[in-house]
Design a protein around this ligand. Structure first.
Ligand SMILES: *[C@@H]1O[C@H](CO)[C@@H](O)[C@H](O)[C@H]1NC(C)=O
Ligand SMILES: *[C@@H]1O[C@H](CO)[C@@H](O)[C@H](O)[C@H]1NC(C)=O
Ligand SMILES: *[C@@H]1O[C@H](CO)[C@@H](O)[C@H](O)[C@H]1NC(C)=O
Ligand SMILES: *[C@@H]1O[C@H](CO)[C@@H](O)[C@H](O)[C@H]1NC(C)=O
Ligand SMILES: *[C@@H]1O[C@H](CO)[C@@H](O)[C@H](O)[C@H]1NC(C)=O
Length: 295
């Protein structure tokens, strides 16, 4: 068979797959409310800008090829715009600031992005608290190119400042955070007994798709789970060649998709995140739930 013909068959196969994926694509609508909310961490309370009162903000969860409309209502006190990290589509008006009291709808047409992206406020001071995950599952008729996970879990590495950040904080120097957080939890290493610790529950022999997002402005982070290793399967919105590692190193804004197999002795294990430059460590816990089949 001539290579031209092979090429044609390959191309039409690809087209066919695309048409299949497109035929199942959906249009989804999200409503985001930017608002000031009171948060207490490190034993002190301050007001921060959030989406819908939560930090990290709501997760967007769609399928490959979907179109997403995100209507952002600014009920806060500052003009803000959102950035869609890793989205290939050029989004109309994405540089425009949404003034307090106004709203703006982002229209995001996904192409072949798959795995995990994220969104955040464009300016550094607001991005510290206005960010969230953008999960892209395979299309309805598509399989994972790796063993299908039992379930998936998003882990967002963040930072916390005791003082209020303002528009004066256009950049954030490495090492200036008072704490690092896992899904908003500072954990037990900062000496405030009221701080909460992130926990991920797993079943023995479950296979977990863990989506790790470094939402810290200016810090390379090292992430690991004691006694467990990871299989890297994707990075920043695309599948990647599989590789094995005991810990992940994530540049600012980087996302890594990994598989974690809960194959150790039933118990609990520290999840750790620390900046590559410093000594601060933030802990979470990976906890095996004891199922009746094990008793
Ligand atoms: C945000 O809050 C509004 C009002 O409570 C709600 O209608 C909307 O669904 C929420 N958005 C998300 C993404 O959870
Ligand atoms: C810790 O939490 C308790 C109960 O909610 C509260 O009474 C106390 O003031 C808090 N302590 C600090 C230092 O925030
Ligand atoms: C603002 O929100 C309203 C109602 O939620 C919607 O009808 C309108 O299209 C939005 N405006 C923009 C510019 O997105
Ligand atoms: C934020 O800006 C203020 C005023 O310039 C400065 O004093 C403070 O150190 C900055 N905070 C951070 C975390 O960069
Ligand atoms: C990161 O820190 C460096 C050194 O302080 C600074 O020049 C740069 O603007 C910072 N970047 C961000 C995104 O804050």
């Amino acid at each position: 068979m001539g290579s031209e013909k092979q090429g044609f068959i390959w191309l039409s196969g690809l087209l066919f797959l695309n048409i299949l994926a497109l035929s199942t694509a959906e249009v989804l609508y999200y409503e985001f409310f930017l608002q000031e909310s009171q948060f207490t961490k490190l034993c002190s309370t301050k007001s921060i800008l959030t989406v819908n009162g939560s930090c990290p903000g709501p997760e967007i969860r769609v399928r490959r090829g979907d179109t997403v409309f995100v209507n952002v209502h600014n009920q806060g006190n500052h003009a803000v715009s959102l950035k869609w990290e890793g989205v290939k589509d050029s989004i109309d008006g994405s540089n425009e600031l949404i003034q307090p009291g106004r709203n703006f709808t982002y229209e995001i047409e996904l192409e072949d992005e798959i795995g995990t992206l994220w969104w955040h406020a464009t300016s550094a001071w607001a991005a510290a608290t206005v960010h969230g995950a953008f999960v892209i599952l395979p299309a309805a008729n598509e399989d994972y190119p790796f063993p299908a996970p039992t379930s998936d879990q998003t882990i967002i590495l963040g930072e916390w400042f005791r003082e209020e950040l303002t528009e004066a904080n256009q950049t954030i120097a490495p090492g200036s955070a008072d704490a690092y957080t896992i899904n908003g939890h500072p954990g037990e290493t900062y000496g405030c007994s009221n701080d909460t610790t992130y926990e991920m529950q797993v079943d023995y022999e479950g296979l977990y798709h863990v989506r790790v997002i470094n939402a810290i402005a200016n810090e390379t982070m090292v992430f690991g789970v004691a006694s467990h290793s990871f299989t890297i399967v994707g990075q920043s919105g695309a599948y990647s060649r599989r590789s094995f590692t005991n810990s992940l190193t994530l540049a600012p804004a980087q996302v890594v998709d990994v598989l974690l197999c809960a194959n150790q002795n039933v118990g609990h294990y520290y999840i750790t995140a620390r900046p590559s430059s410093g000594a601060h460590i933030t802990n979470g816990i990976l906890r095996y739930t004891t199922t009746s089949s094990l008793i």
